[in-house]
Ligand binder design. Structure first.
Ligand code: NAD
Length: 489
């Protein structure tokens, strides 16, 4: 008897308990040597007043087993509830979200007969860092945070994944024609790492046209690596066009822990009716078996599942008259997979897994350093009159030297420009530009300055009764500006 691997299991909300029970029955029947610890997460925990949706004692289990098989949960709307999925991924350092999206034509209806795409989504950064602010009555902002270590880890993971799984190509999606610094860094890191894998082709697509191509011709892609938000959206698109969102599983991989789930949510409208397709969670569990080095069980379950699909035993979401043979519920589908354990598909590709297929990737990141020079400050202010010229005049009076050559009374800082939503509106703004009540004033110095100068300036702005919403230091890094120009600057 092999030693049992401890895993933590959560049954979740909505259709979660039904698809988890189906999945666990199949895993048990497959002979997978697992020791299951069950924790409670999600709606019930939220509604007990725990805004994180997970009790502290549940973390003990996760940190002990380091492997989490999780059913989908319902996040109650509003009320300050934090997404448990995002919290778990970030707390456990699960930086890579791997989502294989495969079509099973002609057994499951799809326009894309040869689709076999793996989306590797960055899981901790981007707009999902969750750093949001209200700047003024009219303006909200969300910080898009992309780091070099975060980008290096995910891009290296994508290439290592491609090599291990004998994939031919890794494609990067980004929007670096617009977000030159954040997505620009992601693309740059991709270009640095790709040549280290000469056996694997590489290419980059701007995400909008890349998404259109993926939806139209998914067979043109193999492994696609992308920042968090694009990966979230496009993996749902990819799963749906492959046949159903109910089909795809996902692995969230970190250096120490891993979490496995279906990509879909808790589908509350389908709950408790023995309707839901357990395939997404089951394929997530297959990824888990590979990860914890139980390749035989992974292979048995995956091939039996393929055979079930091939035999036309389908839940409602993939059932098509004339293609499917039998429409079944969640429990009957699980029984059909169990009855086929040990069998292989006849026409769909048989899968095989080997020891070490889920080997952990050593993914060290080197510290970065740069020569940094403080050059100025952007001051975001609330200016309800929405008149940029009046704002420039107020700032000009403040600095004492007027608007012409508005040197700030010995600070060495000049009001260089004012913008509104990223468009320059002073000096020489256009009357046509629509302004909201939140402006950015850029103060720059000729030479490097000290932070004391900036603090003195902020003190004067505040003393003049101008509401400061946020400030951002402007620095050069190794002589290159660490900030973009405004549109029209
Ligand atoms: P959803 O994915 O739960 O469901 C959308 C629709 O897809 C369903 O109405 C159903 O028609 C279909 N569907 C999804 N899974 C299916 C399955 N296994 N079998 C058959 N049909 C299936 O998305 P939603 O309705 O936007 O979200 C519902 C809840 O799930 C929300 O509270 C959301 O926050 C949560 N959610 C959780 C996770 C997670 O836990 N990982 C992920 C996404 C959404």
């Amino acid at each position: 008897m092999p030693t049992k691997t401890p895993i933590t299991v959560a049954h979740g909300d909505g259709i979660g308990p039904e698809i988890m029970s189906a999945t666990l029955r199949i895993l048990e029947a497959s002979g997978a040597a697992l020791e299951i610890e069950t924790i409670e997460i999600g709606e019930k925990v939220y509604l007990r007043g725990n805004s994180a949706g997970i009790d502290p004692s549940s973390w003990d289990s996760l940190l002990r087993t380091k492997v989490f098989l999780k059913a989908p949960i319902t996040t109650p709307q509003g009320g300050g509830f934090k997404s448990l999925n995002v919290t778990t991924r970030k707390t456990l350092g699960l930086y890579a979200n791997v989502r294989p999206c495969v079509s099973y034509y002609p057994f499951i209806e799809t326009k894309h007969h040869d689709m076999d795409v793996v989306i590797v989504r960055e899981n901790e950064e981007d707009l999902y860092a969750g750093i949001e602010y209200q700047l003024s009555p009219e303006a909200m902002s969300c910080i898009k945070l992309i780091s070099r270590p975060g980008s290096e880890k995910i891009v290296r993971y994508a290439f290592e994944y491609a090599r291990l799984h004998k994939r031919k190509k890794v494609t990067c999606f980004s929007k670096d024609n617009i977000m030159k610094m954040t997505d620009g860094l992601f693309h740059k890191v991709f270009d640095e790492i790709a040549p280290l894998y000469p056996d694997i082709q590489n290419e980059h697509w701007i995400v909008d046209i890349g998404a259109a191509k993926l939806a139209d011709t998914p067979e043109a892609f193999d492994v696609i690596v992308m920042p968090n938000l694009y990966g979230d959206i496009l993996s749902d698109v990819a799963a749906q066009i492959a046949g159903s969102v109910g089909l795809a599983g996902s692995a969230n991989i970190g250096g120490k822990c891993a979490m496995f789930e279906a990509i879909h949510g808790s589908a509350p409208r389908r709950a408790g009716q023995n309707l839901a397709n357990p395939s997404g969670l089951l394929l997530g569990a297959v990824l888990m078996l590979v990860h914890i080095n139980h390749p035989e069980a992974a292979e048995r379950v995956h091939n039996a599942w393929l055979r079930t699909i091939e035999d036309g035993v389908h839940t409602y979401d993939i059932y098509t008259e004339g293609v499917s043979v039998e429409k079944v519920g969640t429990r009957e589908f699980a029984a059909a997979v169990i009855a086929r354990l040990g069998q292989k598909p006849n026409r769909l590709k048989v899968v095989s897994y080997a020891k070490g297929d889920g080997k952990a990737l050593e993914n060290p990141v080197a510290a970065s350093s740069a020569q940094m020079e403080l050059k100025g400050v952007d001051v975001f202010v609330y200016w309800p009159s929405r008149n940029p010229n009046a704002l420039a005049e107020a700032m000009g009076k403040l600095v004492g030297a007027g608007l012409a050559g508005n040197d700030l009374a010995g600070d060495g800082l000049e009001l260089q420009m004012i913008d509104n939503r990223g468009v320059k509106v002073w000096p020489a703004g256009r009357a046509e530009t629509f302004c909201i009540d939140s402006f950015r004033c850029r103060f720059m110095a000729e030479r490097q300055i000290g932070m004391d100068r900036i603090l003195a300036l902020l003190g004067r702005v505040s003393a003049a009764g101008i509401e400061i919403a946020a400030t951002q230091s402007l620095r050069n890094f190794d002589g290159q500006p660490g900030f973009t120009l405004a549109q029209g600057q």
